[in-house]
Design a protein. Structure first.
Length: 204
């Protein structure tokens, strides 16, 4: 799809085609996908895990600051946050530091939300694919087509201008609107308050 956006011929095989377009696709494909996942934090890449402590860390005399180290999932790409319960009610705020392939913390247990690497393209959200295609096309257009006008048009379509929103802004806004956990664990909901004829300031 990215090659089609810049007027390039299709490649015969992503894995074995020796043409310049195929080599460029292999060069940019996974790096671009993973960078976009970190940037956009799309729902299709969000995951949860209960981590296992690394016993070797506790016995290592060179460690400092944190008491525990947890092995991150094999598909880990970026940290969202640990599960902390409901702050101020049943939860707390954790101190932690992702370092290398481990998550360091002073907590003796750790449940996290994170961004995962996606290896099956069928798991990608259709709107994320549209942005992924545009970003790939932007990286491919100059090496393949040398078309500066098209490069500018693709930039505007993805990022927009001061006068108009680009696809990136619209998709990120939509993604925020589809996920809302604020107040999900509170005892009183907006509807409860309306029916009772009052609104507790705690839940505004």
């Amino acid at each position: 799809m990215a090659l089609g956006r810049i007027g390039s011929a299709r490649i015969d095989s992503y894995d074995s085609d020796a043409s310049v377009p195929a080599q460029l696709c292999r060069l940019h494909y996974h790096q671009t996908m993973h960078a976009l996942i970190r940037l956009m934090q799309p729902r299709c890449a969000r995951a949860r895990a209960t981590l296992s402590a690394n016993a070797d860390y506790e016995d290592d005399d060179t460690t400092f600051e944190y008491d525990y180290a947890y092995d991150l999932p094999a598909d880990f790409l970026a940290m969202l946050k640990p599960y902390e319960g409901v702050p101020g009610i049943t939860g707390t705020y954790y101190n932690y530091s992702p370092e290398g392939k481990q998550l360091l913390s002073n907590e003796d247990e750790m449940e996290i939300r994170y961004l995962r690497k996606i290896t099956n393209e069928n798991d990608l959200d259709p709107l994320f694919v549209e942005i992924f295609v545009l970003q790939l096309a932007i990286k491919l257009v100059m090496p393949i087509s040398q078309d500066k006008v098209l490069r500018r048009e693709l930039d505007i379509e993805l990022w927009g201008t001061p006068q108009q929103q680009g696809l990136m802004s619209r998709v990120r806004q939509m993604d925020k609107e589809e996920t809302n956990t604020a107040g999900q664990n509170l005892a009183q909901t907006w509807n409860d308050a309306m029916e009772a004829g009052t609104r507790d300031p705690l839940y505004l």
